[in-house]
Design a protein around this ligand. Sequence first.
Ligand SMILES: O=C(O)[C@H]1O[C@H](OP(=O)(O)OP(=O)(O)OC[C@H]2O[C@@H](n3ccc(=O)[nH]c3=O)[C@H](O)[C@@H]2O)[C@H](O)[C@@H](O)[C@@H]1O
Length: 454
Amino acid sequence: MGSPPDTSKTTKLERYNSYLRRMSSAKLLAASSKVLFRATLLATVLLIILLTLHYPFSLSYISIFSYSSPSPHRSLLSSFSDSFGPAWDRDVRRSATPRRDAGLSVLVTGAAGFVGSHCSLALKKRGDGVVGLDNFNSYYDPALKRSRQALLTRHAILIVEGDINDSSLLTRLFATYPFTHVLQLAAQAGVRYAAKNPHSYVASNVAGLVSLFEVAAKSADPQPAIVWASSSSVYGLNEKSPFSESDPTDHPASLYAATKKAGEAIAHTYNHIYGLSFTALRFFTVYGPMGRPDMAYFFFTKAILAGKPITVFRIPGGKDVARDFTYIDDVVKGCLGALDTAEKSTGTPGGGPKTGPAQLRVYNLGNTTPVPVVKLVSILEKLLGVRAKKNVVTMPSNGDVPFTHANIRLAARDFGYQPTTDLSTGLQKFVKWYVHYYGIKLKAEAGGGQMAAA
Ligand SMILES: O=C(O)[C@H]1O[C@H](OP(=O)(O)OP(=O)(O)OC[C@H]2O[C@@H](n3ccc(=O)[nH]c3=O)[C@H](O)[C@@H]2O)[C@H](O)[C@@H](O)[C@@H]1O
């Protein structure tokens, strides 16, 4: 018999092979876990990007703009109008639903605008539901509109990006939520710009208005009550002072004024035929924090701080041009008062006959104290601590009127409108916001305690 084979070497080899096999499967496992982890991470990132593009408001509660930043860029959060779907519907309903008993649900058009953003915040703060609509056009710095949007987003107010001329978007909004009110502030503003770009006024202030009224009359169920921005400019070359709502408005001095006057006539028609409830608010040169850069008090401030000249208009014959400058907080109170007292529309949804006459109102929202523009400049000089370089010229005849002065008796009687902010106080608040927003430091100059921009 031969000796048994020596298996010790074979056994060692097998053990070694099995060790190698265990090692390589462990490595394989580790490697495949890494791949799996990376793939999951990539998929998550892709999913987030997709969600952001398609359901912007779901993520827009995360604040990405600073209120004080002068140049927030357009973000992924902005295009709502082409994002219809269950998440969009849910976001609209969430933003539109009031948080108080008998609260209003208001569609605010022009919500990224000056008056629109302030009104939206005030409504939301008292527990009303608000959905904004804005086309974010570039008539003035869209970054400021995005900044206002960011502020509204932080208060859980959704702004849908779209135009009032987009009937299908409007129809979709009303189908998604039964808004009780519309605060129609989307418009092409500015008196002198109308000479440069007349068609933009017709597109927004006439065609856009008709588009909104059509949907409100024929698609919305229930029909909302509509409160909307007319303008003190409809008084045109009126010489009677103060201006009362019953004064004639037959002499508009600008195409802007003419389109606002047309808006009042169009509202009358939709009230008469379809029973839509309308309240027109004639705003008198509204100013304040987060204001419009195309307005004189705003661009005067910018020019004065930059040491650049400003042009101050005078009426032929040397009289001062004057405006009934009205502070934003006073106007907001007027807008809310008008909404609160607006009666329901009386039409039949679908555009059928009205069941009875509907409310049709017009109110001045002014300050009642006209101030010469030269006085406005001297207040700014004091607040900024810089002397303005003034070019005083005769007012060109491209849309401006010599003066405005509101009689507010009707608004006071019907919803307690009472402006409380004088121009100095209001401009002080504006300047405080302006220097903060644009990161400007006003510093004391050596000697004389004068202030200057750093
Ligand atoms: O109340 C209104 O109905 C209107 O108020 C303002 O229009 P306006 O009063 O002309 O406001 P600004 O453009 O800010 O002008 C204010 C005053 O400064 C004067 N101004 C304007 C520009 C300029 O370079 N120099 C100057 O002296 C104007 O003549 C006016 O008296 C708004 O721009 C309109 O959108 C609004 O509808």
